[in-house]
Design a protein around this ligand. Structure first.
Ligand SMILES: [Cu+2]
Length: 330
């Protein structure tokens, strides 16, 4: 085998393996709903496989078997039994079973702490809104925190075109349809981080629209919620203070909110605690000061046609201060 071919095969193998990341695998369920889908998949696959094997055996017999067996195979009772009754019964059973599994949990009650979760798909990021038991409302983006062991109702909407919310480890996907609120119930069974992805083509940067779901023990979730609902942390140090000033002066506040500051924009993601999120720009960049600087200056290169203008007005040190400030917003 030539070296080039070997390399191609090795490369293709690596690409395929990259798809095995368990953070986004329907075969590694971490939720009640995903578990049901996993079982459904295996039942359907194994049942389909057995029937297929049976049909192949019959075909081989029909071609190669001796005369007596072949004439028996062409008997009318076998034809009606295996050809009509069997498929009707088996397909009906599998269909009903599928309906039962897929509808399961559809009418689950809201989580008992009275917290509501709303997620809006926007080109090309996710607006996540929490409503607490007292009716307070606050926003975050591209990351959803939920308590383990509770049925959580996610109210899914879109601000523009069709999107689809899909976290394979937690549940099946559900479309976000203009003018409608679709409710998806998820019940995480273990703590940890799962990755999700927009699963409905929604324009040029559709592939760059991922997110993370963090399932936490109920008390950790409560603590997180209390912190997340608060205003931005106090600025520390001269460079971060300079960055905060640049943020306001450059007009970033026209689109972004940082609670506790004069920035009240609602077009882009809420940045109040952006430094504490796992990723930037919907799973596209890591959450580091360097990535903040790259995003501000080069975002149209990183995520073409996204709704934020690129900024090349800053000097290197200004960009560093701005990035330092954003990264400090834990
Ligand atoms: Cu999409």
């Amino acid at each position: 085998m030539s070296k080039g071919l070997l390399r191609t095969i090795a490369g293709a193998g690596l690409v395929l393996l990259a798809g095995c990341n368990p953070q986004q695998s329907a075969f590694a369920p971490a939720g009640v709903e995903a578990e049901r889908i996993n079982v459904l998949f295996w039942v359907m696959t194994i049942a389909g496989g057995l029937i297929f094997a049976g049909v192949i055996v019959l075909c081989v017999l029909a071609i190669y078997a001796g005369d007596t067996l072949r004439s028996r195979l062409s008997g009318e009772r076998l034809i009606t039994g295996a050809g009509i009754v069997f498929p009707i019964v088996v397909l009906s059973v599998l269909l009903v079973y599928g309906f039962v599994v897929l509808r399961a949990g559809a009418g689950a009650p809201p989580s008992d702490d009275g917290i509501r979760f709303a997620i809006s798909g926007e080109q090309w990021w996710w607006r996540v809104t929490y409503f607490d038991a007292d009716g307070n409302r606050f926003e975050s983006a591209n990351e959803l925190h939920i308590p383990v062991g509770r049925s959580v109702r996610l109210e899914l909407t879109t601000a523009d075109v069709l999107h689809s919310f899909w976290v394979p480890r937690l549940a099946g996907k559900l479309d976000m349809i203009p003018g409608r609120t679709n409710v998806l119930t998820v019940t995480a069974t273990e703590e940890g981080i799962s990755r999700g992805q927009c699963a409905e083509y929604c324009g040029g940067a559709h592939a760059l629209m991922a997110f993370y779901v963090v399932a936490q023990a109920p008390e950790d979730f409560k603590a997180w919620l209390a912190k997340e609902s608060g205003p931005a942390v106090k600025i520390e140090g001269e460079h971060a203070a300079h960055g905060a000033q640049l943020f306001l002066d450059a007009g970033c506040g026209a689109c972004h909110t940082i609670r506790g500051t004069p920035a009240h924009g609602v077009i882009g993601p809420d940045l109040t605690h952006v430094g504490s999120r796992f990723s930037l720009a919907a799973g596209v960049l890591p959450n580091t000061a360097e990535a903040f600087a790259r995003w501000v200056a080069n975002n149209q290169h990183i995520k073409p046609e996204n709704k934020m203008p690129p900024y090349n007005i800053f000097t290197r040190s200004e960009l560093a201060d701005l990035a330092l400030y954003l990264e400090s917003l834990k």
